[in-house]
Design a protein around this ligand. Structure first.
Ligand SMILES: [Zn+2]
Ligand SMILES: [Zn+2]
Ligand SMILES: [Zn+2]
Ligand SMILES: [Zn+2]
Ligand SMILES: [Zn+2]
Ligand SMILES: [Zn+2]
Ligand SMILES: [Zn+2]
Length: 1758
């Protein structure tokens, strides 16, 4: 098909590297010719080249295409445009580019930053670069993940109150001289641009909106049309990936891979040709695809058949678009010319301009095209303020059409042009302009009105039953636009602005009218409703509208005139909606001499709605009238006759009654939907514009109506009219209960109406006061975290709660520990603000707070009265509200309730009711007291005291409230209220005195202090009494405590071991104690090796099985006891993470450990003991139990022997048998006598003879290489095969069969897990693995103690101590379960490293082994040399003392040589004149080494340096050896090792291990024996190559691993992540960068691009990395989410909080809150320990057990 490449060698176009340059010089010249019509020429050129270039659509060679485009079209075009070489020209422009706007467009997931101090609104954001270079870095910033499509506001002066520019975008920042003048384009280029751009833009527009499938515009059709078509598939959001793949496979019969390829491309680009061919065949394919996709998902895929040329031109149009996009970034002139052309309207034509055309077409474009278009808008219009404004005008002009298109579009909002609204509407000047000139508020509200009618019911109210969530979400976008426009209040009002705003407001009221009373409900009687109606949509809209409603009110309040007009409009609207029920006849209601005439209505029987936005807006405007004082002019706008306050109160009151009835369970049959609505009604997300406003409306009613009438109305609506008449009510218990709840609810509302005054306008409080009060009441419940407080406070339009401004005034911050979070605690002085009946408390919060506060007062030995705090005064407009307290109806209510309590009509009252009555009484008295203190007595008309002390009736038995209170004190059920009653009685007294006093002196000067004096004596008395009682209680408590702790001690005594195991802290002392008890006698008792060896301390061990609780002493011959344990592979000590680990150990020979310690086998234990039999039973039971259950196998892998420790639930996979230590004691005089004969040389000879003897015996006939040693010099022919036995033997220990069984079981587990192979009890590698895990575990523990700075002995956790003890003893005993010949073979190979004469093939050189592993191996295998055919002997104590000594000395000598050789390349960093004995010995040793390495080893290294290296380097080895011999032999270590002291430690180690402190003396002492060894060690080729610098040997001491360094500031990590590029794919899609905390590798997680095939399984980047980096166990940080992930193997993992905290001591998983985060060192250290203690697996298991959510997660693909 590619027939076009006909150009031949052209005139060397710069861009065409491949030499493909079809442009003829004349062609270019033609463009330049002024006489030619550019447009015609341009189109001609395109017509000629484009179809050729894009001919291979199905399988394009992208690079080639691009090359051709450059050469054939773009290069000549640029040449013409710039008039010179494009590269040079653009380079020049680039130099001078100094745009002040950043304009970076965000991709989804990119981190954006906002500043809470300086951003005008939260939509103002910075990109990472700009933020890092801005002043906001030090402010209270927020980090968030972009949803994509936004753009960086750096440089926009309207977006920031301060610091609008980062240092990079500041003028002159680039250092160029021409600061302010951007490089001006010269006139010629401008001229050319004006000529070129229109044609280019027109072509792009024409092609993008081109709808013909088969034809091109005539000017592009220059040749015969070929029958060449494409079947093109388009992206949509309806069909899933799998649907599309499936449909394609079926319809086209293509391979899965191909279908996947197509689908991915479609998802990315928006469309793709899936078939090429003749028209008919493409048409057929189209029908097939449609048919198949329709079958799968009801809706067909969007498929079109396009002619190849059409496709080609559309493709090229996009290429031209991105070309323009690039050009825009170079010069402001380009942008302006571009914008001018885009905005130009054809004269006299009604047609929209280019840019509007594109906008209107947006929803029809495919994804790829939209992206190009939007980027172009960003890079041109949005970079030039003036044109941004013009663009916004166009945008608003077509706003309705655009939104409607969007609502029926099926792409995400980020892909819609409507998403650009936020960029324009949030700019304050632009918003103002759009309101004034384009009437944007009205436009938006009308759009809403036009898109919402489908939800209107017959009454013109919304009804969202059966709504589509997706569609409504799209409607919310419009609501959001309204919010954007209103986000910044104007400071300057013009008439036009006022007019337009009011017009918008009125239009908005029409929307509210449709909501007022929507979704009415009726109480269900008899039957339960069948389906819960949809309620979410209405509540969701309410939430969306909340801030908009508030903003409208705020805007209105800016201007007096406006406020009044808006109020009157709103009032009218409410009145229009308040018509229903008018037809009913009014009825009359009498109570205690007052009557109310009203139309009958019952919430329990008539329809009711909780949606009353109009009434609530009116209430909002009312308080603003009151606040500004404008209320005095209200009558000018709303006449008193029209006002009709009863009608205004009616609907909010009904709503509150509904809530009460729901609480009284009268609406049970209406289902959960109502419960949810009531919840949101009062929840923080909605309450400001629902519940709170209803309370305010009631306050308005109470202030404007006659108080008695008001209360009668309330009583009637609560359907409680009869409850307060003296009639005997019904006997129906349920009804009585219901009635009681209703009374409680009503009293509560009355308390709120009178007492809740913390609203600016209702009283004279500020917003700060309001927030402080909210916080105080939250903290009265309990101390809370910052985020918890934030969540409980309403957010304003800027997502701020105002918390930070006030929190420090009311609370103190308490820092968190290593876990948990920081909390705020209420300051004591704020406690007096506590109001038990705070209106935002839920029922639970109310009782919790009451409980907390009473408890606190009790602890402080104070009375438990919690009277209300004195409320602030009502503002004048509301001052009448208090009259309801002392009106007749109120007195009647109070009296009736109290009377019922006193008369013990138990079922007619509740304690809660009494509490509320008391609260109301308190409010009344406080009010009167405050008034009396403020004004002269005769002016105070508020006569609560008077009313309350008046008789209720003239009857004989009449009582007043005061008398009732006195009686109340004697009601036994109200004991708890006694303190409150006393408080009220005192208040009565106080008010009485105030009244009397002022009437006596007529001067109302004195206040509280004197008036309360009288009370004080009674108060004192009560105080004393209380104190006495408290003291008695304390003594009683003490006594009980003493008894308790005695019991407890007993318990601990009897369950001692159980206790020790759970209390690790105690372990420390215990561990020391057992050793110290024996430490008395002689000094050398603390030597572990050689003739001076001290006694073993073998305590009698009696352990308790955690399963059967029975005790048993551990003995060789008894049934086995076991420790639960977990064996795992580990890379915790590795020195080289780049080493590739073998995943399976089938062919691995683990005898020698590489000195890098790349991967070891760790055995850990939780320290819990069981009988082997009990454990086996437990394990089997669990297997049976869990086989059937789902998911459980994911917590632990039963096949691999996993189980949870029955006591502590740690994950275990085996048990360690507990083998008792065999106590040994030697007579040191005897032993020293042996030394005379048994020198190292002699000992070596003896074992060589023994080994040769075995060799001869075992390998009959085989030719054996007798060690050369045997023949050398010593010539003592007395030596023979049995000589070894002559220094003492004893018979081997006999283990019980059950211990043996466990020895085999555990050894097999180590082998299986450590090598990842199938279990095989007979494998020859089992002993090797046993020694290996023993050595490795000791090394891990030594490492851990060192990094934690703890002493070597005595500081181990109990679980580590008992685990290690059991492990070492097991390792010693394991030998007996293997064939001794096998052990001997391993021993010989091990010795081969030390005694090169033994050298068997493939023995590694000295530098290729870890010496401590050798030591453990040889010591544990050595007794096998004592084995005689039938008799199993073992060395006697004295023999083994020497064996251990010499074996240890040999390995030590070898290790010193290792250290010296490997530090040969060390160059001295400091001079030292140290000429100590050690230095001199070192020097002479080096001379020898130098000699043996033929000078490869440099002799110049000063002796002191060598000594220094050796002393430091050998430390870990000595420490490990000390641990090993201690746990093997049970000999107490010297006291110095129980402390941390470097010098003391070295000496003590040497003494314990029987070494001279000048280690080189060891060589001198054994010189004759060691000399030949040293010679051979040094001559090894590997050693020589290392010394020559050809290979690198490990240095000692090895480095201690730690988790990677993390930056202090989390945004640095985000920064790193933003630079992260996936190593495998180059697309710009969002990646999930994940950081390995072991090695610092950054991985591309959860993405198919980086999956790896391991053993035939697809593994995600993390999982496969973990296999290498952590032998399957690894720790990652998900950077974008700020979470740590722990994983193990392929199936398990868990999340863990990241070690980053915000300033409130809280973590922020998912960066939901976005506060600045800083590294918490202690928490990071905790993670480090989790790793080094090998507890990651345990943590995962624990988390999976408690947190079952992660079962669904496919860890494998992480
Ligand atoms: Zn930026
Ligand atoms: Zn910037
Ligand atoms: Zn700032
Ligand atoms: Zn047991
Ligand atoms: Zn346990
Ligand atoms: Zn790693
Ligand atoms: Zn990747």
């Amino acid at each position: 098909m590619a027939d076009g490449a006909d150009g031949g060698p052209g005139a060397g176009a710069a861009g065409a590297a491949g030499g493909w340059a079809p442009v003829q010089p004349q062609e270019r010249a033609m463009w330049c010719d002024e006489r030619f019509n550019f447009q015609a020429t341009f189109l001609q050129c395109l017509a000629k080249h484009v179809p050729n270039i894009y001919s291979a659509e199905m399988d394009p060679l992208l690079e080639k295409q691009e090359e051709m485009v450059q050469a054939a079209i773009l290069y000549p075009l640029e040449c013409y445009l710039f008039g010179e070489d494009p590269d040079i020209f653009l380079e020049k422009l680039q130099q001078s580019r100094t745009s002040q706007l950043c304009g970076k467009v965000f991709k989804g997931g990119e981190t954006t930053y906002s500043c809470r101090d300086c951003a005008v609104d939260p939509t103002c954001v910075l990109c990472m670069d700009c933020f890092q270079n801005s002043i906001h870095k030090k402010h209270r910033y927020k980090m968030h993940s972009s949803t994509g499509g936004g753009f960086c506001d750096c440089g926009d002066t309207e977006a920031w109150k301060a610091g609008p520019l980062c240092t990079k975008h500041e003028p002159g920042a680039s250092g160029s001289a021409k600061e302010n003048s951007e490089c001006q384009l010269n006139e010629e280029v401008m001229e050319h641009s004006r000529r070129v751009f229109p044609s280019v833009i027109k072509y792009i527009v024409d092609m993008l909106i081109w709808e013909e499938e088969k034809e091109l515009p005539p000017e592009l059709t220059i040749r015969e049309k070929a029958d060449s078509y494409y079947c093109v598939l388009f992206n949509d959001e309806h069909h899933s990936y799998d649907h599309v793949i499936f449909s394609l496979q079926r319809a086209l019969g293509c391979e899965l891979g191909e279908a996947q390829l197509h689908t991915t491309a479609i998802d990315k680009e928006g469309r793709r040709a899936v078939k090429a061919g003749h028209y008919a065949s493409c048409q057929e394919a189209k029908e097939e695809i449609k048919r198949h996709s329709e079958n799968v998902s009801q809706r067909p895929l969007h498929v079109e058949v396009l002619h190849a040329d059409v496709m080609a031109h559309q493709k090229f149009a996009l290429r031209l678009g991105s070309w323009l996009n690039k050009l825009m970034s170079y010069s402001s002139d380009f942008r302006q010319i571009f914008c001018q052309i885009c905005l130009k309207e054809e004269a006299g034509s009604e047609k929209p301009c280019f840019i509007s055309k594109l906008m209107l077409w947006d929803a029809k474009l495919h994804k790829g095209a939209r992206k190009v278009l939007h980027e172009l808008i960003f890079s041109s219009f949005f970079m030039e303020m003036e044109y941004k404004k013009l663009f916004a005008v166009e945008f608003v002009k077509y706003y309705k059409a655009l939104q409607k298109e969007y609502i029926s579009d099926d792409h995400d909002r980020v892909l819609s042009v409507t998403a650009l609204s936020v960029q324009m509407f949030t700019v304050p000047t632009l918003a103002r302009h759009l309101i004034e000139e384009q009437n944007v508020i009205t436009t938006i509200t009308e759009t809403l009105l036009e898109v919402l009618p489908e939800y209107l019911d017959k009454n013109d109210k919304f009804n969202f039953q059966g709504y589509s969530q997706d569609k409504l979400n799209r409607v919310y976008a419009v609501i959001y636009d309204l919010r954007y426009v209103l986000v910044s209040k104007p400071t300057l009002w013009t008439d036009r602005l006022r007019e337009r705003f009011l017009e918008g407001f009125v239009s908005f009221l029409r929307i509210l009218t449709c909501m007022q009373g929507m979704e009415e409900i009726k109480r269900q009687i008899g039957q339960h409703i069948e389906v819960d109606p949809d309620w979410e949509a209405a509540i969701a809209i309410q939430m969306q509208l909340k801030n908009i409603l508030l903003m409208f009110q705020e805007w209105c309040a800016c201007d007096e005139e406006l406020l009044l007009k808006a109020y009157s409009e709103c009032h009218k609207a409410v009145m229009r909606c308040s018509t229903n029920g008018r037809s009913r006849e009014k009825t009359v209601f009498h109570l205690c001499g007052h009557t109310l005439e009203s139309r009958p209505y019952r919430v329990s029987a008539d329809p009711v709605s909780i949606h009353l936005p109009l009434s609530r807006t009116l209430a909002g405007l009312h308080v603003r009238l009151s606040k500004t004082g404008t209320i005095s002019r209200l009558h000018e706008f709303v006449s008193p006759e029209e006002f009709q306050v009863e009608l205004l109160v009616e609907y909010p009151l009904r709503c509150l009654v509904l809530v009460a009835q729901v609480a009284a369970e009268m609406w049970r049959r209406n289902g959960l939907s109502l419960i949810s609505q009531v919840f949101y009604y009062q929840d923080v997300k909605c309450r400001e514009e629902m519940y709170d406003k209803d309370i305010i409306m009631l306050q308005i009613g109470a202030s404007l109506m006659d108080p008695n009438q008001f209360l009668l109305l309330v009583l009637q609506r609560y359907e409680l009219a009869d409850a307060f008449k003296k009639l005997k009510p019904t006997k129906d218990q349920d009804l009585i209960k219901q009635c009681n709840v209703l009374i409680e609810e009503m009293l509560q509302i009355l308390i709120y109406v009178v007492g809740e005054r913390y609203v600016p306008g209702v009283s004279n409080v500020t917003k700060e006061d309001v927030i402080m009060r909210e916080i105080i009441h939250l903290l009265c419940i309990e101390p809370m975290a910052h985020s918890a407080i934030t969540k409980s406070l309403p957010e304003n339009e800027n997502n701020e709660t105002g918390l930070e401004n006030v929190i420090d005034k009311v609370a103190t911050f308490k820092k968190p520990g290593v876990s948990g979070h920081g909390v705020y605690e209420l300051k004591d002085e704020c406690l007096k603000e506590f109001n038990m009946f705070f209106y935002h408390y839920t029922k639970t919060q109310h009782s919790k707070a009451e409980h907390t506060q009473k408890k606190r007062r009790k602890q402080e030995n104070r009375d438990e009265a919690l009277p209300p705090p004195p409320p602030p005064d009502f503002s004048p407009a509301f001052s009448n509200v208090v009259r309801i307290l002392n009106c007749d109806v109120m007195m009647h209510i109070l009296r009736i309730i109290l009377q019922r309590a006193v008369e013990l009509e138990t079922h007619l009252w509740t304690e809660a009711m009494i509490q509320m009555v008391l609260h109301l009484l308190s409010l009344g008295l406080l009010e009167e007291k405050q008034q009396l203190q403020k004004s002269p007595e005769e002016e105070v008309t508020f006569d609560f005291y008077h009313k309350a002390t008046r008789m209720g009736s003239s009857a004989l038995n009449a009582v007043n409230v005061l008398m009732l209170l006195e009686k109340l004190k004697r009601v036994p059920q109200l004991e708890a209220q006694k303190d409150t009653v006393n408080w009220i009685l005192q208040m009565f007294d106080t008010v009485k005195r105030l009244r009397e006093k002022s009437s006596l002196t007529t001067i109302a000067a004195t206040s509280g202090s004197e008036a309360t004096k009288g009370d004080e004596s009674t108060q004192d008395k009560e105080k004393a009494e209380r104190k006495r009682k408290a003291e008695a209680a304390r003594l009683h408590r003490q006594k009980i405590m003493a008894q308790m702790s005695a019991l407890q001690r007993n318990f601990i005594e009897t369950h001692k071991l159980l206790y020790e195991n759970t209390l690790e802290a105690q372990g420390k002392e215990d561990a020391i104690m057992e050793e110290e008890s024996m430490s008395s006698a002689i000094d050398y008792s603390k030597i572990a090796l050689g003739p001076k060896r001290g006694p073993s301390v073998a305590e009698k061990e009696v352990l308790t099985c955690i399963l059967c609780q029975e005790e048993q002493e551990v003995k060789l011959e008894s049934a086995a006891m076991v420790l639960s344990a977990c064996v795992q592979k580990s890379t915790a000590l590795t020195q080289n993470r780049s080493r590739i680990l073998e995943l399976s150990g089938d062919t691995l020979d683990p005898l020698f450990m590489h000195p890098d310690l790349p991967c070891g086998t760790h055995t850990g234990s939780c320290g819990h003991v069981m009988h082997a039999a009990c454990w086996q039973k437990y394990f089997e039971a669990m297997q049976l139990n869990f086989r059937q259950r789902l998911h459980v196998e994911q917590i632990f892998d039963l096949e691999n022997g996993e189980y949870l420790c029955p006591l502590c639930k740690s994950l275990c996979n085996t048990v360690i048998p507990i083998v008792p230590l065999q106590a040994q004691k030697i007579n040191s005089e005897d032993a020293e006598a042996v030394a005379q004969i048994l020198s190292l040389a002699r000992w070596l000879e003896i074992i060589i003879v023994r080994i040769s003897g075995y060799s001869v015996k075992n390998a009959k006939g085989e030719k054996q290489n007798l060690p050369a040693f045997a023949n050398k010099g010593m010539g003592n022919s007395a030596l023979e095969f049995h000589s070894i036995l002559s220094f003492g033997v004893q018979s081997s220990a006999k283990y019980s069969s059950s211990i043996k069984e466990m020895l085999i079981l555990f050894a097999t587990t180590i082998y299986r897990v450590g090598l990842k192979v199938a279990p095989n009890e007979a494998d020859y590698r089992i002993p090797m693995m046993t020694w290996s895990t023993c050595a490795f575990t000791i090394q891990c523990i030594e490492n851990l103690l060192e990094t934690e700075g703890k002493p070597l002995f005595g500081s181990l956790q109990n679980r580590q101590h008992s685990g290690l003890k059991a492990l070492v003893q097991f390792a010693a005993a394991q030998r007996t379960t293997s064939p001794q010949v096998l052990i001997q073979k391993h021993l010989i190979r091990l010795l081969g490293v030390l005694l090169p004469n033994f050298k068997v093939e493939d023995t590694p050189s000295l530098l290729e082994v870890d010496m401590f592993h050798i030591l453990v191996g040889v010591v544990l295998s050595f007794p096998s040399l004592y084995w005689e055919d039938a008799v199993d002997l073992q060395p006697s104590s004295i023999s083994s003392a020497y064996n251990h000594l010499y074996l240890f000395h040999l390995t030590t000598l070898a290790h010193i040589t290792q250290i010296v050789v490997s530090s040969a390349t060390e160059s001295p960093t400091a001079r030292s004149s140290d000429n100590s004995e050690e230095a001199r010995s070192a020097q002479s040793f080096c001379r020898e080494v130098c000699q043996y390495t033929s000078g490869c080893f440099s002799q110049d290294i000063p002796g002191w340096l060598v000594w220094d290296c050796v002393k430091k380097g050998i430390m870990p080895y000595l420490r490990c050896a000390a641990l090993f011999f201690h746990y093997l032999l049970g000999i107490s270590p010297p006291d110095e090792l129980l402390q941390v002291s470097e010098e003391g430690q070295f000496k003590a180690l040497c003494s314990y291990l029987c070494l001279p402190t000048n280690l080189f003396l060891l060589f001198q002492e054994y010189w004759d024996t060691v000399n030949p060894l040293l010679q051979r060690w040094c001559a090894d080729p590997v050693v020589l190559s290392c010394l020559k610098g050809k290979s690198i040997a490990i240095r000692y001491p090895r480095k201690r691993n730690s988790l990677i360094e993390l930056p202090e500031d989390y945004s640095c990590l985000l920064n790193q992540a933003s630079q992260f590029r996936c190593p495998r794919s180059s697309d710009d899609e969002q990646k999930h960068p994940v950081l390995c905390l072991f090695c610092g590798a950054m991985l591309c997680s959860q993405n198919t691009c980086c999956q790896e095939l391991v053993n035939g399984e697809e593994l995600g980047a993390c999982t496969s990395h973990a296999l290498q980096c952590g032998a399957g166990v690894c720790m990652f940080l998900k950077i974008r989410e700020c979470k740590v992930v722990l994983i193990e193997g392929k199936t398990r993992g868990c999340l863990y909080p990241a070690p980053y905290l915000d300033e409130y001591g809280e973590t922020d998983p998912g960066l939901k809150r976005g506060n600045p985060l800083h590294l918490c060192r202690e928490r990071y250290r905790k993670l480090h320990l989790l790793w080094q203690q090998h507890c990651i697996i345990e943590e995962i298991a624990r988390s999976q057990e408690t947190n079952q959510i992660f079962f669904g997660f496919n860890w494998q693909l992480l």
